[in-house]
Design a protein around this ligand. Structure first.
Ligand code: FMN
Length: 315
C-alpha cells in the first residue's frame, strides 16, 4: 500500500495533476484555475527571500488574490501551494515561511538547492511552524537523481517530485528520463519500506498517454509545466505560447544547456543544473560563431523594443 495523495488534498480528483510552480509563469490566475478544476495549483514564489523583496511582496499579493478568487475568508486554509527556488537560502526561513503560514497554504515545493543537504533546515523550520499552529502543510521536493531522492527521503519530505530530463525549464544537468528514473525511485521507497511518501512524475508529460504511462511506472500523480504555459490562463506572452505549440520533434527543437541563461543574463543557477528550452535565435547565433557579448546585445535590443523573439522559451 502506498499513500493516497488525493486524501491529503480533498479538493483534488483522480488522477492527481499539479501545475509546476513556474516562477514568472504560474501566478494566482493559473493556480486557482487548476485548483478549481480538481487539480493542485502551484504559484511560483521565486528565489529572493530578502525582507520585503519584490518577489516576496508579489507572492503575498498573489496569495491574497488567490484567496479572493477561491471565495475563501481570512484564516481558511488555501488549497494550493508555493514553489521556491533554493540555490540562495538567505531569508527563506525568516521571511518566506511566515508568508506561507499566514496564508495557510497547503503545500510548499523546493527545487534546485546548491547541495541536497541544504533543504534540511528549511524543512525543520516548516515542521516547527506547523506544530505550533493549526497549519497543515505538505512538503514537496523536486529531485532529478537517485542521490537527491535519497537525501530528500532522509529529510522526511511528504512528496518526491521526480523530474526526468525531458522536462522543460531548469533541471539536473546530468540525469535520466522518467522511464528509467521513476522505477528506480519506486524501488528506493520499497527497499526503505517507505509507504508514507508520495511520488509525482514531471518531465515531458502533455496528455493522458503520458499520465497513464507514468502512473504505470510507479507515480502517484503528475506535474506538468510546459503544457500549462500554453494555456489561456497562463500569463506568458502569446508569442511564447505560439512557439511552444508550433514546435514538434522536441528532442531536436529543444536542447538542454546552460547557454539559454547566459544569453539573457539570467545565469544564476549552480552548475549542477542546466535548462531545456527551444532552440531560438540566440542559440543559433552562437552555433554560427557569434560571441556571447554580441548575442546578449541583440537580446537586450529586442527586449527594449518590446519583442519576445529572443526570449528563452523553456519547454
Ligand atoms: C517555463 C517554465 C518555468 C519553470 N520554472 C520553474 C520554477 O520556477 N521552479 C521549479 O521548481 N521548476 C520550474 N520549472 C520546471 C518544472 O518544475 C517541471 O519540472 C517541468 O515543467 C516538467 O516538465 P514539462 O515542462 O515537460 O511538463 C519550470 C518549467 C518551465 C517549462
Amino acid at each position: 500500500m502506498t499513500v493516497n495523495i488525493l486524501q491529503w488534498f480533498p479538493h483534488t480528483t483522480s488522477p492527481f495533476i499539479a501545475n509546476a510552480p513556474m516562477f514568472g509563469f504560474a501566478d494566482a490566475g493559473l493556480a486557482t484555475t487548476v485548483t478549481k478544476a480538481g487539480g493542485f495549483g502551484f504559484i511560483g514564489g521565486g528565489f529572493d527571500f530578502k525582507s520585503e523583496s519584490t518577489q516576496l511582496l508579489g507572492l503575498d499579493a498573489q496569495l491574497a488574490n488567490a484567496r479572493s478568487v477561491l471565495g475563501l475568508t481570512d484564516g481558511q486554509p488555501l488549497p494550493l501551494g508555493v514553489g521556491f527556488i533554493t540555490f540562495q537560502l538567505d531569508g527563506l526561513v525568516d521571511n518566506a515561511v511566515p508568508i506561507l503560514r499566514r496564508h495557510r497554504v497547503a503545500a510548499v515545493w523546493l527545487s534546485f538547492p546548491r547541495a541536497d543537504a541544504d533543504h534540511l533546515p528549511i524543512i525543520q523550520a516548516i515542521r516547527r511552524a506547523q506544530e505550533s499552529s493549526d497549519w497543515d502543510i505538505k512538503i514537496f521536493i523536486q529531485v532529478g537523481t537517485i542521490k537527491a531522492a535519497e537525501e530528500a527521503l532522509r529529510q522526511g519530505v511528504d512528496v518526491l517530485v521526480v523530474q526526468g530530463t525531458d522536462a522543460g525549464g531548469h533541471q539536473w544537468a546530468q540525469g535520466a528520463s522518467l522511464i528509467s528514473l521513476l522505477p528506480e525511485v519506486r524501488d528506493l521507497l520499497s527497499k526503505a519500506q517507505d509507504t508514507s511518501t508520495a511520488v509525482l512524475a514531471a518531465g515531458g508529460i502533455v496528455d493522458g498517454r503520458g499520465c497513464v504511462a507514468t502512473l504505470g511506472l510507479g507515480a502517484d500523480g503528475i506535474v506538468m509545466g510546459t503544457r500549462f504555459v500554453a494555456t489561456s490562463e497562463c500569463l506568458a506572452p502569446s508569442a511564447i505560447k505560439q512557439t511552444i505549440i508550433s514546435r514538434g520533434d522536441g528532442g531536436v527543437s529543444t536542447i538542454k544547456s546552460i547557454r539559454h541563461d547566459v544569453f539573457q543574463s539570467t545565469d544564476l543557477f549552480p552548475r549542477r543544473y542546466d535548462g531545456r528550452a527551444v532552440i531560438g535565435a540566440s542559440y543559433e547565433d552562437s552555433q554560427n560563431g557569434i560571441n556571447d557579448e554580441e548575442i546578449i546585445r541583440r537580446y537586450n535590443e529586442a527586449r527594449e523594443a518590446g519583442g519576445h523573439q529572443r526570449r528563452t522559451v523553456w519547454a
